[in-house]
Structure formats: structure tokens, C-alpha cells
Design a protein around this ligand. Structure first.
Ligand SMILES: [Zn+2]
Length: 137
């Protein structure tokens, strides 16, 4: 059954809510304390942009080579690389790890390894050779 909910942000949105009366009432009460989908998405995008800006700032001092791949891969991998390098720096990873990771130019590599834990990523980097050619942005 559809219910029109007025969310905490003041917007109304229809929700399909099933279940027993008490379950429906609980879900409707909870929904009134949340933002509508549009406001939620807007806030989430703003938070992601803020995190991306912080990541970019954290790695601004690192020369990073241009990534290779399709435009879509490169765009996605750049945000993954920024986030992972920023995390490594924040965690105090040793210079070898950061040096190896920042030299990885293959966008597909960053995408394929995006779900590694930080420890797994450090372990993967520890096994990779340090680039012999100086990294240039
Ligand atoms: Zn809203």
C-alpha cells in the first residue's frame, strides 16, 4: 500500500509500505524522520564532493602520472586513486607503498583493486617494484 510521507526536509514522497499495521506505522514514523530521496541524494553528492576535495588536498603534493584507459575508466580511477593514496598517507604508510601506488597508471588496475582493504592494498603494493623512471605528473 502506498503512503504519502512528509519527510523531515518538508518534502512529500509516496512510499510503498507493506506489513502488519504496527510495522507499517513504525516504518512511516521512521520515514518522517528521514530526508526525501532527492534531498538525500543531494546531501550525499555534496558529502562525496567534500570527501573528494579533502582527498585531492591530501595528495596535492604528490606528482601523479596521467592514468591510461577509457575516459570513463580514467574518471572513475582518478577518484579511487585519490581516495586510496589519501588513506595511505593518513595511515602513515611507508614511502615505498605510496611511491609504488602513485606510479600505477593503469586505470583498470585501480578499478579492479578498488575493493581491497587498506591492508590488502598495502600488501599488494609491497610486492610491486618501485618505479625506475621518476614519476611525473
Ligand atoms: Zn526533501
Amino acid at each position: 500500500m502506498y503512503h504519502r510521507i512528509t519527510h523531515a526536509c518538508g518534502h512529500m514522497q509516496d512510499h510503498h509500505i507493506d506489513g502488519f499495521t504496527s510495522q507499517r506505522e513504525r516504518k512511516m514514523r521512521w520515514l518522517t524522520s528521514t530526508q526525501c530521496r532527492s534531498c538525500f541524494n543531494t546531501q550525499k553528492r555534496a558529502e562525496q564532493a567534500e570527501v573528494a576535495a579533502q582527498n585531492d588536498l591530501a595528495i596535492a603534493h604528490l606528482a601523479r602520472p596521467a592514468l591510461t584507459g577509457t575516459d570513463r575508466q580514467v574518471s572513475w580511477a582518478e577518484s579511487i586513486r585519490a581516495q586510496r593514496l589519501a588513506t595511505c598517507i593518513a595511515a602513515g604508510s611507508d614511502a615505498h607503498i605510496v611511491e609504488v601506488l602513485r606510479a600505477v597508471q593503469d586505470a583498470k588496475w585501480w578499478i579492479d583493486h578498488r575493493e581491497l582493504t587498506n591492508e590488502e592494498l598495502r600488501n599488494a603494493a609491497a610486492c610491486m617494484p618501485v618505479p625506475t623512471v621518476p614519476v611525473r605528473a
